[in-house]
Design a binder for this molecule. Structure first.
Ligand code: PEP
Ligand code: MN
Length: 339
């Protein structure tokens, strides 16, 4: 971090700034000989609040040179993070395919669906048991009963599973039945939940808040890693845009941005990003062409009868042909940086 001081800044104001940096535990150096007096923060810049520094009377400009999220950015290791899920590695240069229904509805639904999914290509099964719904009258998920079904399916078909956690009180039960803990877009800013999943060993799939900047998303991941869990997978799932179709835009630009800022695996959810089944395949292809580490796609055998998000669920036949295309696209982009 570089702090440029106003010409003629009063000594007492500079002392206030220095006092602030010291209280934050930052290490810094002063450069008083040039045209502008400068303070360079050499260590601990992530403890320093840019807005606070800018607000001091002596500050002309404050430029952040290092990531505010040293753990999630991987600035320490500089190596791309691989996250182990069951016997699969997410972020190892391959393409991870996560698929399944929005909600787990009953045993028959999920069993029939999984049988058709495994005839194609799938690495991880998704299905929600605790559902964040806008209306309290909408299906809320099967809860613990759903989790039990999910883990039985996981064992029977030897497929790791991911399911959403909404409440810190559910941590033990979800931990018991799921291989990956999904934090949904509504909870990306639930810092108690982020710390709770951060204290677990199971990998976390962190969705981007639909109104969150890439920086806020990165800092949400930092919460999890800072709490002790470095196995985080980032998921772009569309951001709110009132002028777009269905009020949502899949932000591939944001996905690329976070790929350049972070060492964590990045996947894309074209289903919530499209909110329209007809657009899901094209957005999935675009995401893979952009070079992401995986996709998460909602699939339902009878979308019109789905308990949630049926309008964006593709049918298993479409999913199967789509995954063949995604693998081909991935083959083409693999080994390039996508530029
Ligand atoms: C989901 O994956 O079904 C879900 C609710 O996702 P999001 O948090 O992205 O809306
Ligand atoms: Mn859904």
């Amino acid at each position: 971090m570089l702090i440029i001081l106003k010409p003629g800044a009063e000594h007492s104001h500079i002392t206030t700034l220095i006092d602030y940096l010291e209280t934050r535990g930052a290490t810094f150096e002063r450069h008083d000989s040039g045209e502008y007096k400068l303070i360079s923060v050499t260590d601990g810049a992530h403890f320093v609040d840019e807005k606070q520094v800018t607000a001091f009377q002596c500050t002309l400009r404050c430029i952040r040179l290092s990531s505010p999220a040293p753990l999630a950015s991987g600035s320490e290791t500089k190596q791309k993070k691989r996250v182990k899920v069951g016997d699969k590695l997410v972020g190892n240069g391959g393409l991870t395919i996560i698929a399944g229904p929005c909600s787990l509805e009953n045993n028959e639904q999920i069993t029939a669906l999984v049988k058709s999914l495994i005839s194609g290509r799938i690495d991880i099964l998704r299905a929600g048991a605790f559902k964040p719904r806008t209306s309290p009258y909408s299906f809320q998920g099967l809860g613990e009963e759903g989790l039990k079904i999910l883990s039985e399916i996981s064992t029977e078909f030897n497929l790791p599973v991911v399911t959403e956690i909404m409440d810190t009180r559910d941590i033990d039960i979800i931990n018991k039945h799921s291989d990956v803990l999904q934090v949904g877009m509504r909870n990306m800013r639930n810092y108690s939940l982020l710390k709770e999943v951060g204290s677990q060993e199971k990998p976390v799939l962190l969705k981007r808040g639909s109104d969150a900047s890439v920086n806020e998303w990165l800092l949400a991941a930092e919460y999890i890693i800072n709490a002790g869990n470095e196995n985080v997978i980032l998921c772009e799932r569309g951001i709110t845009n009132p002028t777009s179709c269905k009020n949502v835009v899949l932000d591939l630009n944001g996905a690329l941005e976070i790929m350049s800022l972070s060492s964590l695996p990045v996947i894309v959810d074209p289903s919530h990003g499209a909110a329209d089944r007809l657009k899901v395949p094209a957005l999935a292809r675009a995401a893979v062409a952009a070079g992401v580490d995986g996709v998460m796609i909602e699939v339902h055998s009878k979308p019109a009868r789905a308990f949630s998000d049926g309008f964006q669920a593709i049918i298993p036949e479409t999913f199967k042909s789509l995954t063949i295309e995604l693998d081909k696209i991935h083959q083409i982009v693999r080994g390039t940086d996508g530029v």
